[in-house]
Design a protein around this ligand. Structure first.
Ligand code: C2E
Ligand code: CA
Ligand code: CA
Length: 267
C-alpha cells in the first residue's frame, strides 16, 4: 500500500467524524492598524500523531470525497467561532478556504447560507477564499456575493489568471501568493511583480492582501506599496480558536524607523 493509499484508508476510517481541528491565522489591516480578519486553517487531529498539516491530507480528502464533510465542518466551526468573538465585542471577519470540489455543488450558496443562518453570523463577516482551480464557478460566486459574503482569490499569481478572468468574477479581494512576498524587500523582480499585481488589482477596485509576511521589512514595503492587509508569521502563526480573543486585545503599531529602511536590520 503506498503512502497515499494508506492516508486514504485512515481518512476513510474517520468518515463518521472528520477528526478535524481548527486553527486561525491573524490578518493585519494596515489602514486601521488592527486585526480585522482571521483565516480558518484546518488540521487533522490524528490519535498518536497530534495535528496533521492540511498539505498532508487535503488532496487525498478531495480524491475520496471526504473534503465535503470536512469543508462543512470548517465552515460551521469558523462561523460559530466568529459569532462567539462578535458576542464578546470583537467583530472580525473569518476567511474560510473552499475546495474546488465544493464548487461542483450547484447549491453551494444555499449550503453556505444555512451555515450562516445556523451560527447567526452576518454574511459580511464571512470571506470565502478559493483558487483558480475552482474554475467555471461564476454563477456560484455571484450567488455567494449577492448574499453579502466577501470573495477572495487565493494564491494569486501562481496560475493563469487573465484580466478578463478577474473582471468577470465578483471578487472583493486578491491574496498575493507567498512565493512573491518571499523575495521582498531586496529582490527587484519580486518588487516589480508585486507592484504590477497591486496596480492591476487596485485599478479593478479590489482590495489586496499579502500572505507569507515573515519580516518587518516586507511588511513596511507592502504598506508603502499600498497593500490593504498583511498575513504571515511576522504577525502570528496559526493558533487554536481559543487563543484568538487574547491575541485580538494586543495592539500593534509600526516601529519608529525610517520608511526607506526595509532591510533585515530593521527586523
Ligand atoms: P493557504 O490557503 O494558502 O493558507 C496559507 C498557508 O500558509 C497556511 O498553511 C499558513 O499556515 C501558511 N502561512 C501563513 N503565513 C505564513 C508565513 O509567513 N510563512 C510560511 N512559511 N507559511 C505561512 P497551512 O495551514 O499548512 O495550510 C496549507 C494549505 O492547506 C492552505 O494554503 C490551503 O490551501 C489548504 N487548507 C487549509 N485549510 C483548509 C480548509 O479548511 N479547506 C481547504 N479546502 N483547504 C484548506
Ligand atoms: Ca487561503
Ligand atoms: Ca494562499
Amino acid at each position: 500500500m503506498n503512502a497515499w493509499a494508506r492516508s486514504d484508508a485512515r481518512l476513510e476510517q474517520s468518515r463518521a467524524d472528520p477528526g478535524a481541528a481548527g486553527c486561525h491565522c491573524r490578518q493585519f489591516d494596515i489602514a486601521t492598524g488592527s486585526v480585522r480578519a482571521v483565516e480558518a486553517l484546518v488540521r487533522w487531529s490524528r490519535p498518536g500523531q497530534g495535528l496533521v498539516e492540511p498539505l498532508n491530507f487535503i488532496a487525498v480528502a478531495e480524491e475520496c470525497g471526504l473534503i465535503l464533510p470536512i469543508g462543512r465542518w470548517v465552515m460551521a466551526t469558523a462561523c460559530a467561532d466568529a459569532m462567539r468573538w462578535q458576542g464578546a465585542g470583537q467583530a472580525i471577519c473569518v476567511a474560510v478556504n473552499l475546495s474546488a470540489v465544493r464548487f461542483r455543488d450547484p447549491d453551494l450558496a444555499g449550503s453556505v447560507a444555512k451555515a450562516l443562518a445556523h451560527s447567526g453570523l452576518s454574511a459580511g463577516l464571512l470571506e470565502i477564499e478559493f483558487t483558480e482551480s475552482a474554475a467555471g464557478t461564476i454563477a456560484s460566486l455571484k450567488a455567494l456575493r449577492a448574499s453579502g459574503i466577501q470573495l477572495a482569490m487565493d494564491d494569486f499569481g501562481t496560475g493563469y489568471s487573465s484580466l478578463s478572468y478577474l473582471k468577470r468574477r465578483p471578487l472583493t479581494m486578491i491574496k498575493i501568493d507567498r512565493s512573491f512576498i518571499l523575495g521582498l524587500p531586496d529582490d527587484h523582480k519580486s518588487c516589480a511583480t508585486v507592484n504590477a499585481i497591486l496596480a492591476m488589482t487596485k485599478s479593478l477596485g479590489l482590495k489586496v492582501k499579502a500572505e507569507g509576511v515573515e519580516r518587518l521589512g516586507q511588511a513596511m514595503l507592502l504598506r508603502d506599496m499600498g497593500c490593504d492587509q498583511l498575513q504571515g508569521y511576522y504577525f502570528s502563526k496559526p493558533v487554536p480558536a481559543a487563543e484568538i480573543p487574547e491575541l485580538l486585545t494586543r495592539s500593534w503599531s509600526w516601529p519608529e524607523i525610517p520608511h526607506v529602511l526595509y532591510q533585515d536590520e530593521a527586523d
